[in-house]
Design a binder for this molecule. Structure first.
Ligand code: FAD
Length: 290
């Protein structure tokens, strides 16, 4: 059985305490939230932090509440808590259906929204949903708080805009305009349920049923979660007929660096991204039209 390298364990009660320890130990320290990405990586010795800063008992980092025209979610909110939220269910069905597809019950009991986006695994589901919903991430560090749009947060595989001494404290989802529909689709790895190719799609229609705005994010298939800008451009200003959606979806992988591994070649993933994107847009449209 694989076991992690030795480390010192630091349970903290406040965000400030966590930041002070990050300042003290720098690259040798890692934040521990749900542990469902970090601990497997440590057991495989892919990650060997000398200091683990456990934020699991920090008060005030697990909440879901409406604030003006957005819904704010604390970084430590677990997937299972997201699934029980009527506020999220009413406003962001995409967030609920995407979360339902994450891992298994144990993973959903422990995994946190903040941990998922901080980890920035290209095969994870939450980053694509956060990106498509144009969420803002609140980050706290020694210099105080700053807020970053999801477009600027996900940089590359396992790389975000987070600095070493910062942590994610909140993800803020702006409410969608009227006549918007959203959907999440993925082709999953049958063992882990991670995305081999996934798509988070949001479309907004005007009074005539023409697509006014589209936000499409691809997960799993490429080296980082990314917006499919060419697909979005091919939807906006048009009536979303089957052929328009099909043509737009054929651009899902444009500009992305596709992954090739034992779950699929680059070509396979490109094709699957197209198929999954077509399905996600079609379902998002049916919800927008209701
Ligand atoms: C068997 C299995 C199947 C899975 N299947 C899926 C799946 O289908 N889809 C999917 O999306 N995910 C899947 N996951 C991953 C799961 O969603 C993780 O829980 C999630 O990616 C990380 O959240 P966490 O709270 O567990 O973070 P942790 O594992 O505690 O931390 C992950 C990383 O983020 C950092 N971090 C955590 N919280 C913060 C914070 N607030 N601020 C700054 N840095 C932070 C940590 O230092 C670490 O580097 C699976 C995991 C397992 C074990």
């Amino acid at each position: 059985m694989s076991v992690p390298a030795a480390f010192d364990y630091h349970p903290v009660q406040t965000v400030d305490e966590a930041i002070a320890l990050l300042q003290q130990y720098g690259d040798e320290a890692k934040i521990l939230a749900g542990g469902h990405s970090l601990l497997p990586a440590m057991k495989l010795r892919l990650s060997q932090p000398e200091h683990l800063i456990d934020i699991g008992k920090v008060d005030g980092l697990s909440y879901i509440r409406q604030e003006h025209d957005a819904i704010a979610v604390g970084a430590l909110t677990t997937y299972v808590t997201l699934l029980h939220s009527d506020l999220l269910r009413q406003n962001f069905p995409i967030l609920i259906e995407g979360t339902e597809l994450i891992g298994d019950q144990q993973v959903r009991n422990r995994g946190t929204i903040g941990g998922s986006i901080a980890h920035s695994d290209p095969a994870a589901d939450m980053p694509g949903i956060v990106l498509a919903l144009k969420a803002h991430t609140t980050i706290q560090g020694p210099a105080g708080k700053r807020t970053i749009l999801a477009d600027d947060f996900f940089i590359d595989t396992f790389t975000t805009a987070l600095e070493a001494e910062e942590l994610v404290t909140e993800i803020r989802f702006p409410l969608l305009p009227a006549h918007s529909g959203s959907a999440y689709e993925k082709l999953e790895n049958k063992a882990s349920h991670y995305a081999v190719a996934g798509c988070a799609a949001i479309v907004t229609l005007d009074a005539n049923g023409t697509c006014q705005a589209a936000s499409i994010a691809i997960t799993g298939a490429a080296t980082t979660t990314a917006r499919a800008k060419a697909t979005e451009a091919a939807l906006v200003g048009k009536k979303l007929t089957g052929s328009v959606i099909e043509e737009a979806a054929s651009h899902a992988a444009d500009g992305l660096t596709m992954i090739a591994d034992l779950h699929g070649s680059e070509e396979y993933r490109r094709q699957m991204a197209t198929v999954i994107t077509r399905r996600a847009i079609t379902r998002a449209l049916s919800r927008a039209s209701k």
